[in-house]
Design a protein around this ligand. Structure first.
Ligand code: CP
Length: 313
């Protein structure tokens, strides 16, 4: 595999290989000098057409820890402002010699198009409402490190499903590892059709609280919504937010997850986000090791690594 564009491109073996390698890279992160020469001589360009804190910084940290060279591109100060097209921009960057491009774009499918235009490996760091595969991989890593096998585990993905690339990626990712995924949302925050999706649906969050192993809250994506989809954010919080009362009904070992950035007081009560079973900061930390694994497998070895030792030596 040359690119990582969608969770639908990964089977169970691929995901397990990435998570196992991430474990080895997490060890590298604990060393006094958290760096390996695995991608020395490789160049990676960041192409972020949408804002990002976690994804961009953890990819940059991952690349540095793998000793890759990086090419920083800032849309706001680039010739995109002079009207340069996505294709011309990408081909210009590729002409300077890059082995990988990490792209975030508001257009669903943009990373797929880029992969057709250039020879470098393309990693999708979020395309519109469509996919965010490395978010799903770091979520799977975090979940399996706490719960072990996800076979038969129950995951509720709650809130703004309609506009969420994280919901789409995680529905596939968790189901591929054997979990049972339920979308919990009002009708106005669900896609028009869920045919073929490996999920159940309910409109009642209270119905699932005692049964779930993970309560995965989604950010309310106000910037993507063309019209009001809930009466008020306060009412949304009361019906679909992880309130203190609802969080108290979770089993002790159940996890609270959120991809960030959070709207405290909307999808999650501020106090709940700081509870011991809320692993939101851990998700961020694990993103570095998982993204190291993805970059190494795409640029360093191909998805046929036999022994993790060659990567972390
Ligand atoms: N979860 C996530 O993609 O966060 P950023 O938008 O900060 O990268």
């Amino acid at each position: 595999m040359r690119h990582l564009l969608s969770m639908a491109d990964l089977d169970r073996d691929d995901i397990e290989q990435i998570l196992n390698l991430a474990d080895s890279f997490a060890e590298v992160g604990k060393r006094q000098i958290p760096k390996v020469p695995a991608l020395r001589g490789k160049t990676i360009a960041w192409l972020f057409y949408e804002d990002s804190t976690r994804t961009r910084l953890s990819f940059e940290t991952a690349a540095k820890r793998l000793s890759a060279d990086t090419m920083n591109f800032s849309v706001g100060s680039s010739s995109v402002n002079k009207g340069e097209s996505l294709r011309d921009t990408v081909e210009t960057i590729a002409a300077m010699g890059v082995d990988g491009v990490v792209v975030r774009h508001r257009g669903a499918g943009a990373p797929h198009r880029i992969a057709e235009w250039i020879d470098a490996s393309v990693v999708n760091a979020g395309d519109g409402w469509h996919q965010h595969p490395t978010q799903s991989l770091l979520d799977l890593y975090t979940a399996t490190r706490h719960l072990g096998s996800l076979d038969g585990r129950r995951i509720a993905i709650v809130g703004d499903i309609k506009y969420s690339r994280v919901a789409r990626s995680n529905a596939i990712g968790f189901a591929t590892l054997g979990a049972e995924v339920t979308f919990v949302a009002p009708q106005t925050l669900l896609p028009p059709s869920l045919e073929g999706w490996p999920v159940k649906v309910t409109h009642d969050l209270d119905e699932v609280m005692e049964d779930i192993d993970i309560c995965y809250l989604l950010r309310m994506q106000l910037e993507r919504q063309e019209q009001a989809v809930v009466p008020t954010l306060r009412e949304f919080h009361e019906e679909y937010g992880l309130t203190t009362e609802r969080a108290d009904r979770l089993r002790e070992e159940s996890l609270i997850m959120h991809p960030g950035p959070m709207n405290r007081g909307v999808e999650i009560a501020g106090e709940v986000a700081d509870r011991p079973n809320a692993v939101i900061t851990e998700q961020v930390i694990n993103g570095i090791a998982v993204r190291m694994a993805v970059l190494y497998l795409l640029l360093g070895s191909g998805l046929n690594l036999v022994d993790n030792q060659e990567a972390v030596a």
